[in-house]
Design a protein around this ligand. Structure first.
Ligand code: ATR
Length: 307
C-alpha cells in the first residue's frame, strides 16, 4: 500500500501482521521517504509497529489527527502542505515550533490530547555537527530562502543556538520582516547585544549579498532551486571561498549545481540527507523515549533513494 486516505483508516490493519502505529500525513504523500526512514528503526527495536503514509486534504488536518488517534496511531509526522495547519490543530505546541510557525511531529498524550513539535530546527543543528564537526551556535550563518518553511525553521534554530550572525535572504523580502521580528525577541537580551543587529534581512537581488556571503561561515540553501537537475545555483557560486561550509537542504538530486560549484571552489559541502535523517530520528525519540538506531535509518533512506 503506497498510502492510505482517511476513508480507508478502518481497513488499516486488515491483511497486515504488524499494527499501523506511526504515520506521515501530507498531500501529496505518496513519495514521502518517512516509512523507509522509520521502519528499519521500529523493526530493530522490535516495536511490532508499522509506519504508514496517509493522504490528508487541506483544511482536514484537525479531523485527520483525531481519526488517526482513534485508529490506533501513536505518533504523526507532518509534511507539506500541512505543517501550519497541524500547528493550529494541536492542543499544545512547543514554544520553538510556535516561532517556526510549523509542526512536523505530533505526540499523543494518554488522554488523547496532542502536542506539536518541530524537529527540523534541532535536526539541522545535529546535521551540522555531524557534517562539519562544529556547533551551529558558533557559526556566522546566511540562509538563502529564509522565507520558506525550512528556511524559517533553520533561522529560528540559529537564533535559539545564539549564532553570532544570522542573515536571512529571500527573493520576496516582505516575508522576512515578521520572521526577523520574531527572532529578534529570542536574542533581545542585554548580554547578547553587539554593535550591529545579529539578525539581518536581505533581498536575494541586493548587491550586498556578495559581501553578506563573504562575511558568513555557513551558507544554507533552503530555496527549492536545485530540485530540478537543470536548475542553476541560487546565487553566483564563485562568491564562495574555501573557508565556507555550504549546506544544501536538497538531497535529491544528491549533488545540486550549488554543491558541485562550491566544492569546485574548495568549500566543504553537504546535502540535506543528514537533516532528513536527524529530524526523523528526533521524532522517533519523542514517540519512543529511547535511543534510536540512527545508522539503520540512514541505510534505509539511502536505499530508498537508490530505487
Ligand atoms: P515552502 O518551503 O514554504 O513550501 P516554497 O514555495 O517551496 O516554500 O519556497 C521555498 C523557498 O524557495 C522560498 O524562500 C522561495 O522564495 P519566495 O519566498 O520568494 O517565494 C524560494 N524560491 C523558490 N523558487 C525560487 C527561485 N526561483 N529563486 C529564488 N528563490 C526561490
Amino acid at each position: 500500500m503506497k498510502y492510505y486516505t482517511i476513508d480507508q483508516l478502518p481497513t488499516l490493519n486488515k491483511n497486515s501482521s504488524k499494527l499501523a502505529r506511526f504515520a506521515v500525513i501530507g498531500n501529496p504523500v505518496e513519495h514521502s521517504l518517512s516509512p523507509q526512514l522509520h521502519q528499519p528503526a521500529l523493526d530493530d527495536l522490535e516495536k511490532d509497529a508499522r509506519y504508514i503514509r496517509v493522504e490528508v486534504k487541506v483544511d482536514q488536518v484537525r479531523e485527520a489527527i483525531q481519526e488517526l488517534h482513534s485508529a490506533g496511531i501513536h505518533g504523526i509526522n507532518v509534511t507539506i502542505p500541512h505543517k501550519l495547519e497541524a500547528l493550529e490543530a494541536c492542543d499544545l505546541v512547543d514554544p520553538s515550533a510556535q516561532i517556526m510557525g510549523a509542526v512536523n511531529t505530533i505526540v499523543f498524550d494518554k488522554d488523547g490530547s496532542c502536542t506539536g513539535f518541530n524537529t527540523d530546527g534541532p535536526g539541522f543543528a545535529r546535521a551540522i555537527r555531524e557534517e562539519f564537526s562544529v556547533d551551529l551556535g558558533d557559526l556566522k550563518v546566511i540562509i538563502i530562502g529564509a522565507g520558506g518553511g525550512a528556511g524559517r525553521a533553520i533561522a529560528t534554530q540559529c537564533a535559539i543556538e545564539n549564532c553570532p550572525q544570522v542573515i536571512l535572504a529571500n527573493r520576496t523580502l516582505g516575508k522576512l520582516h515578521p520572521i526577523k521580528e520574531q527572532l529578534s525577541k529570542l536574542i533581545d537580551r542585554e548580554d547578547l547585544k553587539g554593535p550591529r543587529d545579529r539578525i539581518e534581512i536581505l533581498d536575494l537581488s541586493d548587491p550586498s549579498l556578495e559581501q553578506a556571503i563573504g562575511s558568513s561561515e555557513l551558507i544554507v540553501n533552503t530555496t527549492s532551486v536545485g530540485l530540478k537537475a537543470t536548475d542553476p545555483s541560487p546565487f553566483p557560486s564563485h562568491w564562495v571561498e574555501p573557508h565556507h561550509l555550504v549546506y544544501d537542504t536538497i538531497y535529491n538530486p544528491e549533488r545540486t549545481r550549488l554543491l558541485r560549484d562550491c566544492r569546485d571552489q574548495g568549500a566543504r559541502v553537504a546535502n540535506g540527507l543528514s537533516l532528513l535523517l536527524h529530524q526523523g530520528a528526533l521524532s522517533l525519540e519523542y514517540w519512543l523515549n529511547q535511543d534510536i538506531p540512527l545508522e539503520l535509518m540512514r541505510e534505509g533512506v539511502k536505499n530508498a533513494l537508490k530505487e
